[in-house]
Write a protein that binds this ligand. Structure first.
Ligand code: ADP
Ligand code: MG
Length: 225
């Protein structure tokens, strides 16, 4: 599903501030995998996620998504993959704080002009499924960190994302909320959703069957902690 070959990322190439963020990354992620990527701050984790999600492009190397070279895709095609197949969940949630839970979940549909009553009902069902029943009309800035992460997950599910990419999703959560968020992600993975989690929390990584570690831009598969 995701194949990275000899991926390099250099920021500010040729300038004094040049940073070699990713070095010779070779990585395959299959449909239905649940993958953790750990590593210290500044090691390249977010850069890798942004490339996988199509938000940023590599300096060199090949990235294939479902067998197709991403560099050969049109902007429109790349956008469609990003909006319809990949749900991004960020540490700072990526939600509109002053909007309701329901509106945040439906946001991709609202933006895409596809919003309707039927979709609203689907969104409500998903909110129950992720453990947020009855909170549709609450503003997201009135929710706890754990609840906000669930809203972000609900949004990904509402757009039928096949992949959930989470960048430090438990970074702002206590250990109890971290455990229950991981329970939810594991359950979604059992239902067939591919999950990629970046975290520097070994407890999060330990619950993922496949683990990688990035250090100074280089990735390595790890087995034991
Ligand atoms: N947009 C950017 N411009 C320049 N340098 C960047 C940019 N984003 C990240 N970097 C640098 O690339 C390296 C990897 O960063 P990042 O992928 O954010 O690491 P992590 O997520 O593991 O903390 C760091 O040295 C960081 O300063
Ligand atoms: Mg990061």
């Amino acid at each position: 599903m995701i194949e990275l070959e000899k991926i390099e990322k250099i920021y500010n190439a040729g300038k004094a501030s040049e940073t070699h963020a990713l070095k010779d990354i070779n990585l395959r992620i299959e449909e239905g995998d649940m993958v953790a990527i750990t590593g210290p701050s500044g090691s390249g984790k977010s850069t890798l996620l942004h490339i996988i999600a199509g938000i940023d492009s590599p300096s060199s190397g090949e990235y294939r998504f479902c067998g197709k070279l991403v560099s050969d895709m049109s902007d429109k095609e790349r956008c469609r993959i990003r909006n319809q197949k990949i749900g991004m969940i960020m540490q700072d949630f990526g939600l509109l704080g002053n909007d309701t839970v329901l509106r945040n979940v439906c946001l991709p549909e609202v933006i895409g002009g596809r919003y309707n009553r039927k979709f609203e009902n689907k969104a409500k069902e998903i909110l129950s499924a992720v453990g947020l029943p009855g909170l549709e009309q609450k503003k997201t800035n009135q929710l706890s960190g754990g609840q906000r992460q669930r809203v972000a997950i609900a949004r990904a599910l509402a757009m039928d994302a096949k992949i959930i990419i989470a960048d430090e999703p438990t970074g702002a959560l206590d250990s109890e909320n971290t455990d229950s968020l991981m329970d939810l992600l594991l359950e979604l993975n059992r239902q067939g959703i591919t999950i990629i989690i970046v975290s520097h929390d070994p407890k999060v990584a330990m619950r993922c069957p496949i683990r990688y570690r990035i250090e100074d831009g280089r990735i390595e598969r790890t087995k034991i902690y």
